[in-house]
Design a protein around this ligand. Structure first.
Ligand SMILES: [Zn+2]
Length: 666
């Protein structure tokens, strides 16, 4: 009996620590799982232990180093449901305001008694957020001064809403973010506001609440006004409140019709029309559900809140659709590093409002272990902006997939980890196309499309990257589609790249395991191109957390590019990187600046982890205090550290979870 209870307790703590970790990652702009998977975890925990503190913990722990802003009243999240029956119960014939739930980041914007923007802050943990005033000042669409409303000078306002990335603008910044939904939190998480100005400029803000405070004697204790007092200023209903926000200069979704008042109407039938409209692709924002809120503000206030959401509103979410279809063929293409990529050509199927005929298959190992082959029935899904992917096998094919043995260039393919590579390092023709394009893109040569690269190669003008520097305006003018001005611009942009920082130069070569982060490390360690060319794999892997194999891969492919490097040196000067400390490289890492403590036995010596953690700017302490962010521990124990961590509600990271997080810094 005891062991059943212990098992149960163990399970609860495991789920709770996962929830805390995912919340933290989400707010750091690194969402690790889908909304549904996350909601399922919360639901599981609330079934097991409805009063668990992890449930009422809204956001991440506020970092010590930044200014904090207390939220009064707290910024709560919304109760959610996937069931339409719960919506009917919620509405119960009352007046409801229905709106789309913009997928962005919740912010509070405070204005002073003159109506000027005073301060902005993130939701944080709901009680305390981080000051992001210097960020929002760059958001062009956000009112810096409230438009005239008939107000007395002793009232000030706080406006709450979602900051989001207009979809149309996002395409310009694809290179910068790993996903749409991480883009806004990622931008606000950056300390260097200057480097994010171009993104901040285009962001938009959808407001959904306004709170009024009356001036009191003590400056910091302005009195929160009851809605009845403010009837004259803001309005007695939620709908009037939104109208008021509009007059102040905020977007509320009203003119677009994405926010609507339902007066005792049949919620379900309206919801149907509304959802069809709201989920359409022509919106400039992603939505992650619909929100229903009572229109009667007095009733809303009277219902009050639970510890983490108001009772007067509810969010409705849709589960992502899963479709079953047949794989017709598996198609391959070759990337610049010589890696083969796979995609499945599938029997066209309707999914989340679009007809899908291709889905990603990740890599060779994914295909082999999943048993995917033409003729197989598979489950596919498309969540948010993610391209459709295959998530499981429904029925195996009668035949196995036979992997290609040779590259289109004629050389045999070889296995490396989960991937297949062309064994010809130097003159693989299909690879060259990708390599030249990658070289130009990494150098940020403007006006050079994939088509232009193809045309240059067809005209025999591009046999190695150095040929870019040999091109003349006349050469380019001979290509179809170029006029004098565009040809001059292209050549100008190429000739601008005569001085290249070492890390960019190395990255542009498209070396195996040679992404920009790795190349920056190499550049900072070796300083000059000559020293990198002379490096051994031992020197390279030393202290840098490179597995021996990746150092060997890197140097081998650099050796394969030797002729390119030598030829390029006739045209360009490779200059040292501007000094950039390694810590800066990992400033965005989820564990950067965090305090960790390690206890119990691990599969590797503790020093290994201490070194890795310190490299990315985390601190490892020998005891657990209220400042500790995570305890690393494989199993429950009676140790002081473990007991202390439990008492303080500090999340526990298992060794494998820690390794997952560290692997992103490799
Ligand atoms: Zn090849």
């Amino acid at each position: 009996m005891i062991s059943v209870q212990a098992h149960q307790k163990n399970k609860i703590e495991k789920i709770a620590s996962q929830i805390l970790l995912y919340k933290e990652l989400y707010y750091l702009g690194r969402a690790a799982i889908s909304d549904e998977a996350y909601d399922a975890l919360e639901k599981e925990l609330s079934n097991l232990d409805p009063s668990h503190p992890a449930l009422s913990f809204v956001g991440y722990k506020v970092k010590d180093s930044t200014a904090k802003v207390a939220h009064r009243p707290p910024m709560l999240s919304l109760a959610k449901t996937y069931e339409t029956s719960e919506l009917v119960e919620f509405a119960a014939g009352r007046d409801i305001v229905l709106s789309d739930k913009v997928d962005g980041m919740a912010l509070s914007i405070e204005y002073d008694f003159e109506g000027r923007l005073l301060r902005a802050s993130t939701r944080g943990n709901g009680q305390l957020g981080e000051d992001v005033t210097s960020h929002v000042m760059h958001v062009v669409s956000l009112p810096k001064h409230l438009r005239s409303i008939s107000q007395t000078k002793d009232i000030r306002f706080e406006v709450r809403g979602e900051m989001y990335f207009p979809i149309g603008e996002f395409s310009r910044f694809l290179e910068r973010f790993d996903s749409y939904r991480n883009a806004v939190p990622g931008t606000f998480g950056r300390k260097e506001v200057d480097e994010a100005v171009d993104v901040l400029n285009v962001l938009k803000f959808r407001s959904y609440d306004v709170i009024a405070f009356r001036k009191s004697d003590s400056h910091h204790n302005d009195t929160l006004q009851a809605p009845s007092d403010l009837g004259r200023i803001i309005g007695k209903t939620y709908f009037e409140k939104l109208k008021c926000l509009e007059t102040m200069g905020f977007d509320t979704g009203l003119p677009e019709g994405t926010t609507k008042l339902l007066q005792g109407e049949d919620v379900l039938s309206k919801l149907q029309d509304f959802a069809l409209n709201a989920f359409k692709d022509d919106r400039d924002h992603q939505i992650d559900g619909l929100v229903l809120r009572l229109n009667d503000e007095e009733l809303f206030d009277a219902l009050g809140t639970t510890s983490h959401h108001p009772r007067g509103s509810i969010a409705f979410k849709q589960e992502s659709e899963v479709a079953v279809t047949e794989i017709l063929a598996i198609e391959t293409s070759i990337g610049r590093s010589g890696k083969i990529t796979f995609r499945a050509h599938i029997k066209p199927v309707q999914l989340s409002g679009a007809v899908i005929s291709y889905a990603t298959l990740h890599n060779a190992e994914f295909i082999r272990s999943g048993g995917y082959a033409p003729g197989a029935l598979v489950k596919i899904t498309r969540s948010g902006e993610v391209i459709p992917s295959i998530i499981g096998l429904e029925k195996a094919s009668s035949t196995e997939y036979s992997f290609p043995q040779t590259c289109p260039c004629g050389f045999p393919l070889q296995i490396s980890g989960p991937d297949l590579y062309c064994s010809q390092n130097i003159s693989c023709a299909p690879k060259d196309q990708e390599s030249f394009l990658y070289f130009a893109q990494t150098l940020e040569i403007v006006g050079l499309s994939e088509k232009t690269v193809t045309k240059l190669r067809e005209a025999n003008l591009l046999k190695s990257p150095a040929d870019f520097f040999r091109l003349t305006v006349d050469d380019v003018l001979k290509l179809e589609g170029f006029a004098l001005r565009s040809a001059e611009n292209l050549i100008g942009s190429i000739q601008n790249k005569r001085k290249i920082p070492l890390s960019i130069f190395l990255a542009a070569l498209g070396l195996k395991r040679g992404g920009i982060v790795k190349c920056r490390e190499v550049a900072s360690k070796f300083g000059t191109l000559e020293s990198v060319m002379a490096a051994t794999s031992d020197e390279l892997s030393e202290e840098r957390g490179w597995a021996g194999k990746s150092a060997v891969d890197f140097l081998e492919s650099l050796e394969g590019r030797k002729s390119w490097v030598e030829e390029l040196q006739n045209f360009v000067e490779v200059i040292p990187d501007t000094s950039r400390s390694e810590r800066d490289l990992f400033a965005d890492h989820p564990l950067a600046g965090k305090n960790l403590c390690i206890t119990g036995s691990l599969s590797q010596p503790r020093e290994v982890y201490v070194k890795k953690l310190e490299r990315i700017g985390a601190k490892v302490a020998s005891s657990v205090t209220s400042k500790t962010n995570f305890l690393v521990c494989n199993e429950e124990s009676g140790s002081t550290k473990y007991t202390q961590a439990k008492k303080l509600g500090i999340p526990v990271l298992k060794e494998n979870e820690l390794n997952d997080l560290l692997s992103s810094a490799q």
